[in-house]
Structures are given as C-alpha cells and as structure tokens.
Design a protein around this ligand. Structure first.
Ligand code: ADP
Ligand code: MG
Length: 308
C-alpha cells in the first residue's frame, strides 16, 4: 500500500498576458492505494495537472501533497527515485532503437553502464520485445512503441508509475495488449493512470477519481461510486416494450426504442419480477462507469469550457 494524502490542492496557470486559468480547485484525498489508481475526466478536467504536480514536475499554487510519506512539494528529490513517469504524448527518441532508448533512460536515471545494460536486457525479455529491440521507433507500430515506453519506465526501480493517457490513439487490439501489461505490472507497482476511455477505467481500475473542471466529483472503487450515486443497477428493456408496467427508478428512453432504467437494489428487484411476470425481455447489469459519468458530468467527449 502507498499512502497518498492531498490537502486543498489548487493550481492556477497564468499565461503571458496574465490571464488566469484554474486547473485544480481544492482537491483533497486521503488514501492507501495499490494496484491501478485512475483519474478520469474530460479534456481540460485537470488530470495532467494532477499528475504533473504529484510527480514533482510542477508546483501547485496552493495545497499539500504527500506521496509514500514524502512531502513532494518540499522534498521532490526524496520521491524521484521511487517514481517514473510517461507524460501525455511521450515519444521515444526517434534516432535511437528501442533498446538504446531503454539503455539511455537508465543511464539518465543514474545506473552504471553495466547495470543499465543488464536491466535493458532483462526488461526486453520480460516484455517479449526481442523482435523489436533493435529497430528504430518509426519501424514500430503505435502499440509496440507504447509498450517500449512502459518497459522503459518499469526498467528503473521505481515502485510508482505515472501513465498519462497511455492508450489514447491506440487501436483496440494494442489497447487490450497494454491492459494485460498493466494488469501484470500492478502486482509489483502502484500505477497512477489517466484515461478518457471509460470502459478501460472500469476494466482496469482498483480506485477511480472523477475530476470535472478541476474539482473532485467522486472517488472510490467502481462499486463505491455505483452505490454513492444511488443507482447501482441498470436494467435495459429491449425494443417493442408496450409500457404496460409503470417504470420506477431513473428512466431513460433511447432513440433506438430501448429503455434504460437505473435503480437501487429494491427497485431493481421489484421491477425485474414484474418484467418477468409480463414476459418482457430485459437485461440487468451493474451500472457502467460510462453511465455514471454521464449522470455526474455529462458526455465525456465534450471538452470543457473553463469558468475561472
Ligand atoms: N501550461 C499551461 N498553461 C496554461 N493553462 C494550462 C496549462 N496546462 C493546462 N492548462 C489548462 O488547465 C486546464 C486543465 O488542463 P489539463 O490538466 O491538461 O487537463 P486534462 O489533462 O484533464 O485534459 C485546462 O483548462 C488547460 O487549458
Ligand atoms: Mg491531459
């Protein structure tokens, strides 16, 4: 377990003309985390700002951050050896092969030539990258490049790994491949992840933070969040429903003629019984993170307009 304590964290950016934009507003957390810790939110919600502050790249305007017992604002050097970061839109160095990229990164992190070489070989083997190791990045697929970047940060001895949107822009197969890499890594590392793919966050996360316009909207395990919004179950009634039963709960009629009903346990139970008695066909599932996100902040694909 790694302790993460955040108190009233705020960040205001100022541009050259002095225009202020408030990227994080009074975010507070007190958690023992392990596995995969995921920040979700629309573009502009403050995810990257959060990652940059917690990983010591950026100073907050106000507030405190303690990661693994270290005050990261006051003592950034103390935490740096324990963390590794893949920034949003990170790229491999184009004129170096995958192997050279990993090796150079390890030298930069302070390992000796001998140790860096040994670690490079080990990680290439572990990530099954032998076939790609001696190629330049432009010869590699997007998925493989991302895998090399993950291999590179893992090759150091960092126990906390920050990955800012590592799967954005990858095709579905490469994304799934990266999921399995992350699921494997979380046994030994804490992974602090951001994504705007909600099904990915639901699939991978042990803990989820929902940010909107710089504010913390909800946090918890997916089940905590389902319970907190009061609609842990989602019933879907297929096309052709005659509305001969009164629907209780939060009812949404979709354009395709289906009904989606969000409800608590008791309502779901009663409704399911009635539907079965009337031979109405339906499915029942835990409410998806996508539906929860929509209820809390709206469509994830809409960027944010910031009012400051
Ligand atoms: N370096 C910067 N200078 C000025 N404004 C910034 C800077 N970085 C981010 N912002 C603004 O802060 C807000 C949060 O951005 P960011 O943390 O990148 O969000 P996300 O990663 O969730 O998309 C946005 O409104 C963005 O325009
Ligand atoms: Mg970002």
């Amino acid at each position: 377990m790694v302790k993460l304590i955040i108190r009233n964290l705020s960040k205001i950016y100022k541009d050259k003309r002095g225009k202020r934009s408030s990227a994080l507003k009074n975010v507070s957390l007190n958690l023992d985390i392990n596995g995969i810790f995921t920040l979700i939110g629309r573009n502009g919600a403050g995810k990257t700002t959060f990652i940059r502050i917690v990983s010591t790249e950026l100073l907050p305007t106000a507030g405190k951050v303690y990661l693994d017992g270290v005050d990261v604002v006051k003592n950034p050097k103390e935490i740096r050896e324990r963390i590794a970061v893949i920034p949003q839109e990170a790229e491999l160095i184009p004129w170096m092969t995958a192997r050279e990229n990993i090796y150079a990164y390890l030298l930069w992190r302070g390992f000796s030539f001998k140790e860096a070489k040994k670690r490079t070989n080990t990680i290439i083997f572990r990530f099954k990258l032998e076939k790609y190791a001696d190629k330049l990045p432009r010869k590699l697929s997007g998925g493989t490049k991302r895998k090399v970047l993950v291999a590179l940060v893992i090759s150091s001895n960092a126990k906390i790994i920050f990955l800012d949107e590592p799967t954005t822009g990858l095709d579905p197969i490469s994304r799934k491949e990266l999921w399995s890499v992350l699921n494997d890594l979380k046994k030994e590392h804490l992974i602090i992840l951001t994504t705007h793919y909600l099904e990915e966050a639901e699939e991978l996360s042990d803990y989820i933070i929902i940010l909107n316009k710089g504010k913390l909207v909800k946090s918890g395990t997916i089940n905590d969040i389902r319970d907190a919004i009061g609609y842990p179950y989602a019933i879907k009634i297929f096309k052709g429903f005659k509305k001969n039963i009164r629907l209780t709960g939060k009812v949404v009629k979709k354009n395709d003629g289906t009904f989606q009903i969000f409800s608590d346990e008791i309502t779901a139970n009663n409704l399911a019984k009635k539907l079965i008695n009337r031979k109405v066909k339906f499915s029942i599932n835990p409410t998806s993170l996508e539906d929860i996100f929509y209820m809390l902040v709206g469509d994830i694909n809409k960027g944010e307009e910031h009012e400051n």
